[in-house]
Design a protein around this ligand. Sequence first.
Ligand SMILES: NC(=O)C1=CN([C@@H]2O[C@H](COP(=O)(O)OP(=O)(O)OC[C@H]3O[C@@H](n4cnc5c(N)ncnc54)[C@H](OP(=O)(O)O)[C@@H]3O)[C@@H](O)[C@H]2O)C=CC1
Ligand SMILES: Nc1nc(=O)c2c([nH]1)NC[C@@H]1CN(c3ccc(C(=O)N[C@@H](CCC(=O)O)C(=O)O)cc3)C=[N+]21
Length: 306
Amino acid sequence: MTRSDDSRYLRGGPVAQRIIASVREDAAIAAAEGFPPKLVSITVGDTDAVDVYVRNQRAKAELAGIGFEERRFAADTTAGELEAAIHGLNADPRVTGIIIQRPVPAHIPIKTLQAAVHPLKDVEGMHPASIGNIVYNQLDLAPCTAAASVELLKETGLDLKGLEVVVVGHSEIVGKPIAFLLMSEGATVTVCHHMTRSVAAHARRADALFVAVGRPRLIKAEMVKPGACVIDIGINSETGPDGESRIVGDVDTESVKEVASWITPVPGGVGPLTVAILLRNTMVALNRQRALYRATYGVADKLAAE
Ligand SMILES: NC(=O)C1=CN([C@@H]2O[C@H](COP(=O)(O)OP(=O)(O)OC[C@H]3O[C@@H](n4cnc5c(N)ncnc54)[C@H](OP(=O)(O)O)[C@@H]3O)[C@@H](O)[C@H]2O)C=CC1
Ligand SMILES: Nc1nc(=O)c2c([nH]1)NC[C@@H]1CN(c3ccc(C(=O)N[C@@H](CCC(=O)O)C(=O)O)cc3)C=[N+]21
């Protein structure tokens, strides 16, 4: 092995810091101009992975100078009550962005909630109109985890054009948008899921392997092509040998890092960058809202100036 362990790790932290520093500057300017950005998170019920995410959203939003409010709802809240809350946030000019944490309890139709968020406040890009933009190669506001995963692949310097990429997991929020983003960049993309006959046979062909399933150690060294880049998106809570709860991904990092040229650690890989991109998306949303405001009222401003 010519490369040290450390250079194999593709860390999200440094990229996240760069993004947050730039968001912080933009947020300060917008606030001074009378448009302070504010993000509202909606959680229904309790999930470990959501708790980690929301905790980090709050911390990083504060660092970036973006207001953050968490609205927590009990697991037995009705879909109607949640839709009403979302409509209230859509109508509130102080709210820039709304994120609905997944999963929600089974009795709530998640797609209805995602479609209730006004597209201009859809900081996660999960409204049907927003997710459709990705198919049209309009990529400036993509689902945060998918965007973070692709951005980490770009950090390797590999040329995405013609790259053989395999995505394991095809959820609406992670696997599918990753596949579309990569197609837009010219990669050749194979998507695997629970009906795929041999995930291993596909995975072994990949120059870049993305894994978003939610199963600790699903991907082992023998499923990875030597020299590949492995992006581990899984966030799973388990109890370690010391009895403490810890976060692990979907990849058996210890064995895979001996085979792969790059691997994202968990924690410290995709997660921190996901949070940073959510904040960047909040600024994209704010700028779109301001553009609409100018288009609507700008003429009056011009008349007043004449
Ligand atoms: N780091 C981050 O920012 C984020 C991390 N996550 C984490 O990523 C993981 C996946 O999340 P998410 O996409 O929301 O999860 P979902 O449960 O929605 O999707 C899991 C996907 O994995 C597929 N799958 C299940 N079993 C297998 C298998 N044995 N082989 C191949 N594919 C399989 C499923 O296929 P099928 O539908 O056909 O059953 C499905 O497409 C979780 O650990 C989650 O916590 C999620 C979001 C953000
Ligand atoms: N609508 C929606 N969008 C999501 O993107 C979404 C979601 N729902 N539900 C939950 C999952 C999970 N998720 C995480 C994102 C970042 C970290 C994160 O910041 N992790 C850090 C910190 C770990 C720690 O603090 O221990 C890390 O991996 O290093 C974790 C988990 C987003 N998800």
